[in-house]
Design a protein around this ligand. Structure first.
Ligand code: GLU
Length: 314
């Protein structure tokens, strides 16, 4: 019997969502609902410095407003990453017991970046770190001197192949293309890569739909799944929306086309219709409800190129 699909929404409440986030959410919803699967809503509020409860509440409200429902998750506190730290610690200890992590005393900036999902341009291999080569005695000396380290995962010089449902086969040599990466920051916050894999594993997620800015994280996540004894989910990454103003990918940092503005000026049907048009599911920009897109939903009709939002704000 075919395994029931379990997908998830996994936004980070580090700002108000924008049209690009909504597209990823809509496609995750259509993907799971079209296959009669189960949808989990996980709040990725891992980084206390960047996430705020008011954004979390707004995210949930935005999804409801758009007409996207879920079967389990938020606001159940068990689905907020900030309440799941002990689970990440357990996963970290498994990796540590297997000799896969090592302490790293490199710069603060590098360590801080680790808790958030990487954005394009932040993916380069971590060159210049020599911490792996430190002897046990040198490590012990730093520890004894009270220098608190971050912890990094040692990745193998090995190719990992991911069949992405939308972008085809992705091959990455972990050592060369990604490099060792942080799984626990110096301040004790577990990093995005570890948290997301631990959660997907424990929540039984077998389908991951999200923006293609995280495509290059998929091979290292697949590898982590295997190290933690889990089955790798199937991946389907979605095109991004870019700003017609030439600012690149829409982002919370730009604040452009945020749900704050959209919800004031537009109906949910207008927004869903625009998203369907932008990603190729509809030929015209006409109002639609998510359920109306279900009957003929197919990834074959979703474009692979990113789409520019050229329309001026209404
Ligand atoms: N929380 C991540 C983000 O908002 C997404 C995590 C994921 O889908 O794997 O960028």
């Amino acid at each position: 019997m075919k395994e029931r699909l379990v997908g998830r929404f996994a936004p980070s409440p580090s700002g108000y969502m924008h049209l690009g986030n909504l597209l990823a959410m809509l496609l995750a919803w259509l993907d799971v609902r079209a296959q009669n699967g189960r949808l989990i809503f996980r709040m990725e509020d891992l980084d206390p410095a960047r996430c705020r409860p008011e954004y979390a509440a707004a995210l949930a409200d935005d999804l409801r407003w758009l007409g996207l429902d879920w079967d389990e998750g938020w606001p159940d506190p068990a689905y907020a990453q900030s309440n799941r730290r002990l689970l990440y610690r357990d996963a970290f200890e498994i990796l540590r017991a297997r000799g896969l992590v090592y302490p790293c005393w490199c710069s603060r900036a590098r360590r801080l970046a680790a808790a958030s999902a990487p954005h394009p341009g932040e993916m380069s291999a971590d060159q210049g770190c020599r911490c792996y080569a430190l002897s046990e005695a040198e490590r012990a000396e730093r520890m004894a001197a009270g220098q608190v380290p971050a912890w990094k995962l040692r990745v193998p010089d090995e190719e990992v192949t991911i069949p992405d449902g939308h972008y085809g086969t992705i091959v990455q040599n972990l050592a060369r293309d990604c490099g060792d990466f942080i799984v626990r920051r110096r301040d004790g916050v577990y990093a995005y890569q570890l948290a997301v894999v631990t959660d997907d594993l424990l929540m039984g997620v077998n389908r991951v739909v999200r923006g293609r800015d995280l495509l290059s994280s998929a091979p290292r996540q697949a590898w982590l799944f295997r190290q933690l004894g889990g089955k790798v989910p199937s991946y389907c990454h979605a095109p991004l929306l870019t700003s017609g103003e030439g600012e690149g990918k829409l982002s919370k940092r730009l604040g452009s086309l945020s749900t704050q503005v959209l919800r004031r000026e537009r109906t949910p049907e207008a927004v869903v219709g625009q998203l369907a048009f932008l990603c190729g599911l509809r030929d015209r920009d006409e109002p639609a409800r998510p359920a109306e897109l279900l009957s003929d939903f197919s990834w074959d009709r979703v474009r692979r190129e990113d789409a520019a939002v050229t329309e001026p704000l209404p």
